[in-house]
Design a protein around this ligand. Structure first.
Ligand SMILES: N[C@@H](CCC(=O)N[C@@H](CS)C(=O)NCC(=O)O)C(=O)O
Length: 198
């Protein structure tokens, strides 16, 4: 994870093709002559390119609504808190969440609870691409450190509403469950390796 030279070949190949993803992260969109990194940029590109009129609620034309959507999608402090757990776990160096990791995750929940203070979704009373984007990270965080429903009632309600949607049940939930299960298995593995060294 930390060593950018150790990326699987296909990502390196994409990176080398037009030098558009120096981060060497996934996801990467590959349309032949056009590649694009960063899930938020990709989601906005796909919705602008392929969105049908009946999906316009996901990314409405109104510029202030769009600005709010961007504000949530480019929040910047959410995914890094998951990444802080993922990176050492994938490289086999983490057995459990540290206190610092938990404080940062709970702080992210607090921030989202505030965004949801006066609306049922993150940018208003209708679900947008911003909610879908945040859901992908929050569902993994929730699997690692469950959201306390008493402390975060609005976030809990939002998550339940999102998880009840057919699209989230079919697409997000299976991947998220697998992701959390994999992370926990790697942590357990690390812990048992540590024990066997004693
Ligand atoms: N802001 C980027 C973050 C992408 C990202 O960090 N992806 C992870 C996998 S979920 C990755 O490729 N990590 C490898 C690395 O950072 O070296 C996005 O939303 O696409």
């Amino acid at each position: 994870m930390e060593n950018r030279e150790s990326k699987p070949k296909q990502y390196i190949a994409l990176k080398l093709k037009d030098n558009k993803n120096p981060m060497r992260t996934i996801p990467i969109l590959d349309e032949g002559e056009f590649t694009l990194a960063d899930s938020h940029a990709i989601a906005l590109y796909l919705i602008t390119k392929y969105g049908k009129p009946e999906h316009s609620y996901l990314y409405p034309d109104d510029i202030r609504t769009r600005a709010r959507i961007h504000q949530i999608m480019f929040i910047g402090v959410l995914f890094p808190r998951l990444r802080a757990v993922m990176a050492p776990t994938y490289s086999g160096k983490l057995g459990e969440l540290s206190n610092r990791m938990i404080v940062n995750i709970v702080d992210a929940y607090t921030m989202l609870e505030e965004y949801l203070a006066s609306s049922s979704f993150l940018t208003g009373n209708s679900m947008t691409v911003a909610d879908l984007s945040v859901l992908t990270t929050v569902s993994s965080l929730n699997g690692l450190h469950p959201i306390d429903g008493r402390k975060f009632p609005k976030l809990t309600k939002w998550l339940n509403t999102m998880n009840d949607m057919d699209v989230c049940r079919r697409i997000n939930a299976p991947g998220s469950e697998l992701h959390v299960m994999g992370l926990k298995a790697l942590m357990t593995n690390y812990k048992s390796n540590q024990k066997s060294k004693l």
